[in-house]
Design a protein around this ligand. Structure first.
Ligand SMILES: [Zn+2]
Ligand SMILES: [Zn+2]
Length: 337
């Protein structure tokens, strides 16, 4: 599959300088590149249970997800594709897209128990993998890639948990023809906290602060219900199917951010903001600084923190590089789908 950097702006990728515009080679935009998305849903159950562990070990490792006979989710899949337009003004005929997703994904998975449904999830095989969201996204990628010009997949297990995959990493060649290359995944969790703040620089007068920060500089502060998305990146474990231990990740975000920030006046209750103006940007940056090292200790990398302050404004910080060129345009479009 040709991966044109002109089309690819996704998490983890550095945007290369855009290629010079291609000449239009025909009517209806023929030849010009475009990214398209298609959404599909299915419901399925699964259970996290490794046969090499006993009941107690499975419970300790996977918590309630290990309970028999399993539990289910309403999954939402977003398929991102790209390519040059054809003579009909389309990247692909949407009915071909629909049929490929139905035949390869929703028909085999909808209303099924994922463990064992595909050979990837047969845990009696040494290469079998738990059907986590990461592993499921990877398995869906391998099934759709021969049929569609995939750029990325986003799979939502629930509103507060989703995974993005962008295809096999270029360095991970399969060891044998039987084996599929391993993939990296971007795992995101969403949580929230409520907090008050006041935007003002201590060294400036009230008048000067109001000139900069407007109503946000009023002396007694105001509050927001902050929505926090934390995205980690890493290889998918061949056995557990996980990028990192989800319970550990959720605990880190709770202990280091939600618990100390929730129901506080940030300027007074969180030491960092005694001297640093708690704009959405500064709060997101501080969250990156709080989480990066503890998340690295779990074996994954903190990729991005997105802090939504209100329906109208959000700040995003990419933890691995400061380059603004890494804006995940394709997935930003998906997020608002
Ligand atoms: Zn589950
Ligand atoms: Zn505010």
């Amino acid at each position: 599959m040709a991966q044109d950097p002109f089309l690819m702006t996704a998490p983890g990728m550095t945007l290369t300088p855009p290629a010079p515009p291609r000449p239009t080679t025909g009517a209806h935009g023929q030849g010009r590149p475009c990214v398209i998305t298609r959404r599909a849903t299915f419901s399925a159950s699964h259970r996290y249970w490794l046969p090499e562990l006993d009941a107690e070990q499975n419970l300790a490792r996977f918590g309630a997800c290990s309970l028999a006979p399993g539990h289910g989710h309403n999954y939402e899949l977003l398929v991102v594709m790209g390519g040059g337009l054809d003579a009909d003004g389309m990247v692909l005929n949407l009915s071909d897209v629909k049929h490929a997703i139905r035949d390869q994904v929703t028909a085999p998975l909808d209303f099924r128990h994922l463990n064992g449904i595909w050979p990837e999830f047969d845990l009696d095989r040494p290469e079998g993998q738990l059907p986590t969201t990461e592993a499921l996204a990877q398995a869906i990628w391998h099934r759709l890639a021969p049929h569609l010009p995939l750029l990325g997949l986003r799979l939502h297990e629930q509103e507060s948990l989703w995974v993005d995959v962008l295809g096999p990493s270029p360095s991970s060649a399969p060891v044998s023809s039987q084996q599929r290359p391993t993939m990296e995944a971007f795992l995101s969790i969403r949580t929230h906290f409520a907090a008050a703040h006041r935007l003002a620089r201590q060294e400036l007068s009230q008048e000067a602060n109001e000139a900069i920060y407007g109503k946000c500089a009023r002396p007694h502060g105001h509050g927001h219900n902050y929505l926090l998305d934390v995205t980690v990146r890493g290889p998918i474990d061949p056995r557990t199917g996980m990028v990192c231990d989800l319970a550990v990740l959720q605990r880190l975000v709770d202990d280091l951010v939600v618990e100390p920030f929730d129901h506080t006046f940030l300027n007074k209750d969180v030491e960092h903001f005694a001297t640093c103006v708690p704009t959405a940007e500064n709060i997101a940056l501080h969250i990156v600084d709080l989480l990066a090292a503890p998340i690295a200790a779990t074996g994954a990398s903190l990729h991005k923190v997105r802090l939504q302050e209100s329906p109208n404004n959000a700040a995003e910080v990419f933890a691995e590089t400061a380059q603004l060129g890494m804006l995940p345009a394709a997935f930003a479009a998906l997020a608002s789908a």
